[in-house]
Write a protein that binds this ligand. Structure first.
Ligand code: SAH
Length: 561
């Protein structure tokens, strides 16, 4: 909940505007000091419509800890600026300042050094990957080194999809400070250093009925110490289905703040483990619980079963997971690049795509991001290159124009990608949608897209689909309608559709939609001249219901009839 506190007429007007347009805000009325105290106790963040001086005086007695205090954004009386006053990162004030500024047409003011310079905030670095900041890390010293441009070494056990790093953060193996260390090992590191624990470990736990949380945690602690591993990296406990209601196990998982993954006895029995036990098999139907749970969770065993009176623990390390982002760039115009695509590109270490498409978005990449362009026709090679890099733990974008899932790279990539990478698909505006918007509203009722490229699809299959679309009276968007080597197909399609719909059926021809060379032509089916169409064009053939209204192509939905 976001609290709004205003003192003047202008302030109240701006506050009311936010209160009406957002559903996660509450207006605190009354004297500002008193209203703020109420909001402070109840809200995650507050927006004060006051001068910064007044705001500073009011919040001063309430401030306790930057990790728990609400974020504070201050908006001046004229509504020109939204200032993230404190709690920029943990309190969310930096992003709230942007949000307030968007709504009020103000300028966001963010003064935390790392944001201004495009540097990662060290206290939340890698949070989306589950990295946990180790207590006692030298945030201030390493942060200062980072901001001043000094070389900071990043030492990570394994490659992680961290995204592009600032120039002065250098991946290294040697522990030479100032350091950012990402490791599940409890090795001593020279200071100053900021240490992050990746969620890389899984602890398999077996126990007798009634085993206490204390005993399980003690055994886990001793096992981790023996293996030289950090509790901060334990991502999950794993056990057998039969222990779903085992109080001590559940309490241990709660104390650690990680889930327990339960596996059926048959699944556990099916994996081979170093220390099987016939007693355990008799009791629960699998010769191993702790070790088998680790293996079934997909981890490699790093510490074999250790035992206490009533519990067993084994430790495993999960494989690296890279990130493959399949990113749609829209038809061509900058403003039609989806915001999610911008985010994905900014988070990419490597961008793979056709030269012309990557060229369109180079300015959206962060310094340090690499680009791999390959020629048209190398679809499989492009997909493989992206998957290889993601599989090694990278953050990779594979880009296509229009929508990445429509006659584009998403399907070959997902045919090849395994379970070991996280995949994000960013949708975009297709050529057919873009063309439709320029023509009017031809896709207002049922429609089909058909690619006339017979390089990968036999012509008889294409013909059958055209015939079916004709029979079904679908509006048809024709992709890849014609190229130098494929010059007769569009003429054939025209003849086939003429058998099903009138000669004056509207046809829109859109070349280079939303690009500087854009051309939009309207004609009818009988007059369509295939020789005027090329590869960079989408041809939209109306259904029997499609009409021209005031020069615009419209397929009625039926509301007006
Ligand atoms: N993924 C793309 C389609 C790629 S197939 C999408 O979702 O739009 C390539 C075909 O798309 C081209 O032959 C052409 O028919 C069409 N196309 C792509 N971009 C276009 C544009 N800006 N204007 C018109 N047609 C376009």
């Amino acid at each position: 909940m976001i609290g709004l506190v205003a003192a003047t007429g202008n302030g109240r007007r701006n506050a009311s505007h936010l209160a009406e347009s957002w559903d996660d805000v509450r207006l605190y009325e009354g004297r500002p000091g008193e209203a703020l105290r109420r909001a402070w106790g109840e809200c995650d963040a507050v927006v004060l419509f006051l001068a910064t001086g007044a705001a500073v005086r009011l919040i001063a007695p309430l401030l306790e800890d930057k990790h728990t205090d609400p974020g504070v954004v201050v908006v001046d009386d004229a509504g020109l600026f939204a200032v993230a006053l404190c709690g920029g990162h943990d309190g969310g004030a930096n992003s709230l300042a942007h949000r307030v500024a968007d709504s009020l047409g103000a300028t966001p003011v963010v003064t935390t050094a790392s944001d201004g310079l495009g540097l990662p905030a060290l206290d939340s670095f890698g949070r989306d990957l589950g990295l946990r900041l180790e207590e006692g890390s030298d945030l201030a010293a390493v942060g200062a080194a980072l901001v001043s441009g000094e070389t900071v070494r990043l030492v990570s056990d394994r490659r992680l999809p961290l995204g592009p790093l600032p120039d002065n953060v250098v991946r290294a193996d040697g522990l030479e400070p100032p350091l950012l260390v990402i490791s599940d090992r409890t090795t001593e590191v020279p200071r100053p250093a900021v240490v992050y624990r990746p969620p890389s470990l899984v602890a398999g736990v077996g126990c007798s009925r009634g085993a206490s949380a204390g005993e399980i945690l003690d055994l886990l602690g001793a096992s981790l110490a023996e293996a030289g591993l950090s509790e901060g990296s334990v991502a999950a406990l794993a056990s057998i289905d039969a222990k779903r209601d085992e109080a001590g196990l559940l309490e241990a998982s709660e104390k650690l703040g990680v889930p327990v993954r339960f596996h059926p006895a048959e699944a556990l029995a099916a994996v081979e483990t170093p220390n099987p036990s016939s007693v355990v098999r008799e009791a629960v139907g699998t010769p191993s619980v702790a070790e088998a749970s680790v293996l079934v969770a997909g981890a490699d065993l790093v510490l074999q079963k250790r035992k206490s009176a009533m519990a067993t623990v084994a430790l495993g390390r999960l494989p690296v997971r890279g990130k493959l982002m399949l990113v749609s760039l829209g038809p061509g115009e900058e403003a039609l690049i989806p915001p999610l695509a911008r985010e994905a590109l900014a988070a990419s270490e490597l961008v793979v795509g056709l030269d012309q498409y990557v060229g369109r978005v180079r300015h959206l990449l962060k310094p340090g991001a690499r680009v791999l362009t390959m020629p048209l026709g190398d679809e499989v090679a492009r997909a493989e290159a992206a998957i290889r890099e993601a599989g090694a733990g990278g953050a990779v974008s594979l880009v296509s124009s229009g929508d990445v899932g429509v006659y584009a790279m998403a399907s070959p990539a997902l045919e090849l990608a395994g379970e070991d990478v996280d995949v994000v698909v960013v949708p975009g505006i297709t050529a057919a949608q873009a063309a439709a918007s320029l023509l009017g509203s031809p896709l207002g009722h049922d429609h089909a897209s058909i690619s006339l490229s017979d390089l990968l699809t036999p012509w008889p299959v294409i013909e059958r689909r055209v015939e079916a679309a004709g029979l079904g009276d679908f509006v048809v968007s024709l992709y890849n309608p014609r190229s130098k080597g494929r010059d007769w197909q569009l003429g054939k399609v025209k003849e086939m559709l003429l058998a099903h719909r009138p000669p004056d059926t509207p046809v829109g021809i859109v070349k280079d939609a939303y690009r500087p060379t854009q051309r939009v032509d309207l004609t009818d089916l009988a007059s369509l001249r295939p020789e005027e169409v090329d590869m960079l064009t989408v041809v939209v053939v109306g259904s029997s219901q499609t009409r021209l209204v005031a020069g615009r192509m419209v397929t009625p939905r039926g509301y007006l009839s």
